[in-house]
Design a protein around this ligand. Structure first.
Ligand SMILES: C[S@@+](CC[C@H](N)C(=O)[O-])C[C@H]1O[C@@H](n2cnc3c(N)ncnc32)[C@H](O)[C@@H]1O
Length: 209
């Protein structure tokens, strides 16, 4: 058994509803966070105890619901630009009876700052949307963070292709290059400390200096 399979074998079982969403995601090719990544994110949230969370990239609401599991009193604003996923996210949130806690915005995250501002400040910004736009999301939404707000970026190792893209298709190599640029920009940013954790698809934890 490799190390990842071993770590996965230790994960607790998801609730029935979460398992249903996981199955839906698999059947319909919806990219949701990997099991080890989502558990790591939940643990970061238990440590940070955010009251307000902003998520870029809701997909079908899976990570928002998992974040709410870890911080049951929190308010989460999450943005999705794909209409079908947005509708599915709304359904999943309603089914979980979580509509009071999770507010889903429909549209391109790069155009949503006015609506996002209505619920600011946020204690946690979670970036998990278009991989080539992370720096733009970061610059647009970090001003809405509280003083000690934290930024978490998912997929920063992108299937291993960020470190080595020799086996990647042209399209994947292009995306990996964008993420590599983001990682370099982020880790050398004069105003932030960043650590990249090789769990799930690679998660960057960023705090203000
Ligand atoms: C990796 S999925 C999000 C998965 C979700 N966070 C989870 O783990 O359950 C990325 C989502 O971001 C959405 N997305 C990509 N770029 C976006 C943008 N500029 N604005 C809003 N949503 C975006 C995509 O439609 C996709 O559903």
């Amino acid at each position: 058994m490799d190390q990842e399979a071993y770590l996965r074998s230790l994960l607790p079982e998801s609730s029935d509803h979460m398992q249903q969403i996981e199955k839906f995601a698999e059947d319909h090719n919806v990219p949701i966070m990997e099991p080890l990544g989502i558990h790591f994110l939940q643990q970061m949230i238990r440590l940070k105890k955010p009251e307000r969370i902003l998520e870029i990239g809701a997909a079908i609401g899976y990570s928002a619901l998992r974040m709410l599991e870890a911080a049951p009193d929190s308010r989460i604003v999450t943005i999705e630009r794909d209409e079908i996923r947005y509708e599915e996210a709304k359904r999943n949130v309603q089914e979980a009876d979580a509509s009071e806690h999770i507010h889903i915005l429909y549209g391109d995250a790069l155009d949503m700052s006015e609506k996002v501002a209505e619920h600011a400040p946020y204690d946690l910004l979670f970036i998990d949307a278009a991989k080539g736009k992370y720096e733009e999301f970061f610059d647009l939404y970090t001003p809405f963070l509280s003083e000690d707000g934290v930024i978490i970026s998912d997929n920063v190792l992108f299937k291993g292709f960020v470190a080595d893209d020799s086996e990647a298709s042209k399209r994947m190599a292009k995306l990996a290059k964008k993420i590599r640029n983001y990682n370099e920009w982020l880790t050398s940013h004069p105003d932030y400390h960043t650590t990249i954790i090789p769990i799930g698809d690679g998660v960057a934890i960023t705090t203000k200096k």
